[in-house]
Design a protein around this ligand. Structure first.
Ligand SMILES: C[S@@+](CC[C@H](N)C(=O)[O-])C[C@H]1O[C@@H](n2cnc3c(N)ncnc32)[C@H](O)[C@@H]1O
Length: 148
């Protein structure tokens, strides 16, 4: 089965080189903005009430994938699905960013960890009741990673 996805917008970022892009939004103070294409802008109703949103997007500058990778935070190899590394079969990225403001179809965000002009696939609300797990959480290799 092949799936064809249609971007709903584009993420504008100060970063144009992978090497200088933060590796996670929680470690980034960078400001950027999300442009939602006009035909989807009506779906933004009430979004300004949220402090944080999840962005799902395409790692459009990753043309290949690897099933084993050495992620940014470790010197050991791990399976791609046990990492957040960008070289994935379906190139889908997920960043939870702070929503600073909305001007019509434009969302100003902070915590940017993507390249400029990254195609946006979806936006979802960050809801602590749904998204935070505190009991019996294990982070696997991240707990013994070689880099902080
Ligand atoms: C480790 S990934 C994590 C991204 C996201 N927070 C996640 O967990 O899916 C972040 C890195 O992906 C790379 N990257 C960011 N945007 C990209 C894009 N549009 N295409 C390819 N690589 C990208 C940069 O090297 C960046 O430092």
């Amino acid at each position: 089965m092949e799936i064809i996805l249609r971007p709903i917008g584009v993420i504008h970022s100060p970063f144009t080189e992978k090497e200088s892009t933060p590796i996670q939004s929680v470690r980034s103070q960078a400001i950027g903005w999300v442009e939602v294409y006009p035909e989807f802008a009506d779906g933004l109703m009430d979004i300004e009430e949220l402090s944080h949103i999840h962005l799902l997007y395409l790692f459009h500058q990753s043309s290949r994938y690897k099933l084993h990778v050495k992620p940014f935070l470790d010197d050991r190899e791990h399976g791609i699905f046990a990492t957040r590394y960008p070289y994935r079969p379906n190139q889908i990225g997920l960043s939870t960013v702070r929503l600073l403001s909305r001007q019509e179809n434009r969302l100003t965000i902070s915590g940017v960890d993507v390249l400029d002009l990254t195609p946006l696939l979806d936006i979802k609300p960050y809801v602590p009741d749904f998204d935070i797990r505190t009991e019996d959480v294990r982070s696997g290799w991240y707990e013994t990673r070689s880099k902080k």
